[in-house]
Write a protein that binds this ligand. Structure first.
Ligand code: G6P
Ligand code: MG
Length: 220
């Protein structure tokens, strides 16, 4: 079946906010008296805020009640907001705009499929709203990746079937979500981490739709 739409994760695919999430979580961990490494952070990519906090607290071997958890999540988010409220369009990852322009010119629809409740703020900051026909973010979904809810909702809003959409993801949990929902997926980042994707690209720099599409067909 032909691809009619691309669904993009936001953090780490369109913009490099994965680093800000990491710094904000690291600061929370430091305040709680333990270290949180970049390797630990891989487990949090694509994962909802509260689930991320649970994983972080497990890593630090900390037990706490629901009330404190909400405070920790708020404190992390405030730190994160400090970073993202300073973002500019310069922080759109290399090659993203030309890839979006190219696929839109080919009449391939575009959607955002992100677990983040801050996705709207980020799109405004980097002025990318007009590039997406559909935006499904953390304010619209209940189940975190690897549950496919976010991508299924995007496909429904696009009026397409999962097999007509291609998902771009930088997180293991996101690739699993795509697979669980019956979507083809492109990993954006490291082959070692994203080996379950149909294809892995290092980023969008120098990548055209033809490159992606032809390589995908080879794997079919
Ligand atoms: C994305 C990121 C995760 C983040 C989640 C929730 O999926 O990859 O690292 O935890 O969104 O983001 P939020 O901005 O709502 O805390
Ligand atoms: Mg991501």
């Amino acid at each position: 079946m032909d691809i009619k739409a691309c669904i993009f994760d936001l953090d780490g695919v369109i913009v490099d906010t994965a680093k800000y999430h990491y710094l904000a979580w690291k600061e929370l961990a430091r305040g709680l008296g333990f270290d949180f490494t970049e390797k630990d952070n891989e487990q949090l990519k694509g994962v909802s805020r509260m689930r991320s906090l649970d994983i972080l607290l497990e890593i630090g071997n900390k037990k706490t009640d629901e009330e404190m958890k909400l405070k920790y999540a708020e404190s992390k988010n405030n730190k994160y907001l400090e970073y993202i409220l300073k973002m500019t369009p310069d922080e759109i990852l290399p090659g993203v705009i030309s890839f979006l322009d190219e696929i839109r010119a080919l009449h391939i629809q575009t959607a955002l499929g992100s677990a983040s409740k801050n996705a709207g703020t980020i799109l405004n900051r980097v002025k990318l709203n007009k590039y997406f026909d559909v935006v499904v973010d953390g304010t619209k979904v209940n189940k975190a990746k690897p549950d496919p809810e976010v991508f299924i909702k995007a496909a429904v809003e696009l009026n397409l079937l999962p097999e007509q959409c291609l998902v771009f993801e930088d997180a293991q949990a996101g690739i699993e979500a795509a697979i669980n929902g019956g979507f083809k997926s492109i990993g954006v980042g490291s082959e070692n981490i994203l080996q379950n994707a149909d294809l892995v690209i290092p980023g969008f720099e120098g990548i055209t739709w033809k490159d992606v599409y032809e390589k995908l067909r080879i794997t079919e």
